[in-house]
Write a protein that binds this ligand. Structure first.
Ligand code: PMP
Length: 338
């Protein structure tokens, strides 16, 4: 389809792209799914559309209402564009760790952005979640989206992402690798692929090494969007309802530096510009692929584009200031660098 009646109809339907140079030496076929081809630039447009449509259907959101969410950026962007099209007000609580580009994109859609310290415990009255929930409770006509515990978040991926991967690989997918923020992407897509393949498809959660999902201590990390540290429930050991751990065969912990190296290499070897959490997924996928054969097909979901991180992961000054290694020697000199 190349003609649509609304931007909402352009959510989903992203392609698969095979990696060759970046996956040299690995036996299985490795495909990435570039989710920045969604209209708001990330995988979260899918969940945003599904959650908002469900809220309209069950009456939690009515004409003239306000959409309220707590987000590292991408869910807010998805909600803001859907709400703009459907005529709702959007208020997003986000942390100062969210990139400038994402905050500016939220504002461009007309969303109101409120900055909060992300690393205050969930129960604290100043936590992102407490502030969002309180604001929603105090605002007439407001609907608190609550992506972490909203069943329409994984449902979006059961309905769209899973079937797309199954159809586009002709049912040949054997491994699915994704990062885990709320867990909506991996749970919904993983559930669909497991059921479609009668349990054959293996589902791998890729996670920043500090994240609690991967057995880390929940401390702050550099990669935006992925990992349990963003879920303020971490301290209480309550996992999001959007996360279905039964679907996930294993978690692989990835260090930020390796994730950053991976996306920088991907840009220069494949011409594919992906964000930091994509790097986490890629490193995990390459690690899984080392033990696989020519008969395997690995699909790696890339949540958002490197365009939102040109001032961070792709910026040498930022890398040095944040304690990361600069460009790997293999990247070579860049024409135009000072
Ligand atoms: N990567 C990025 C950049 C994200 O914004 C998100 C969503 N927070 C994720 C990964 C994880 O997606 P999900 O919430 O579906 O687990």
């Amino acid at each position: 389809m190349a003609r649509y009646e609304s931007v909402l109809d352009t959510v989903g339907g992203t392609p698969l792209i095979r990696l060759t140079r970046a996956a040299a030496g690995l036996r299985p076929r490795i495909y990435v799914k570039p989710e920045w081809q969604n209209p708001g630039g990330s995988v979260k447009d899918r969940a945003a559309l599904w959650m908002l449509r469900r809220a309209e259907a069950d009456g939690s959101l009515r004409p003239g209402g306000t959409v309220v969410e707590v987000t590292s950026g991408n869910t807010g962007i998805g909600l803001a564009l859907v709400a703009a099209r459907l005529g709702y007000r959007t208020v997003v609580f986000t942390s100062s760790g969210t990139s400038r580009e994402k905050r500016d994109q939220l504002a461009a859609y007309g969303a109101e952005v409120r900055l909060v310290d992300a690393f205050v415990p969930r129960e604290h009255p100043d936590s992102m979640r407490s502030r969002g929930a309180r604001f929603a409770a105090e605002t007439p006509g407001a609907w608190f989206v609550d992506q972490y515990d909203n069943p329409a978040n994984p449902a979006a991926h059961i309905a769209t992402t899973g079937p797309e991967i199954w159809a586009d690989t002709n049912g040949e997918v054997t491994h699915f690798v994704a990062t885990v923020g709320t867990g909506g992407t991996i749970s919904g897509t993983g559930r669909y692929l497991r059921e479609a393949s009668d349990g054959r498809v293996r589902v791998i959660g890729a996670d920043p090494a500090t994240s609690l999902y991967a057995g880390g201590d929940g401390s702050q990390k550099a990669v935006e969007g992925a990992g349990h540290v963003l879920h303020p429930d971490a301290a209480a050991d309550v996992w999001p309802q959007a996360l279905d751990t039964d679907v996930i065969d294993r978690f692989i912990a990835v260090h930020d530096q390796d994730a950053i190296d991976a996306v920088r290499r991907l840009a220069r070897t494949e011409g594919i510009l992906a964000g930091g959490s994509s790097g986490v997924a890629l490193v995990a996928a390459f690690r899984v692929a080392e033990d696989l054969t020519e008969d395997d097909t690995v699909v790696v979901l890339l949540p958002d584009s490197g365009r939102a991180y040109l001032s961070t992961y792709f910026n040498d000054q930022w890398l040095c200031a944040n304690g990361f290694r600069g460009p790997a020697p293999a990247e070579g000199p860049v024409v135009g660098d000072e």
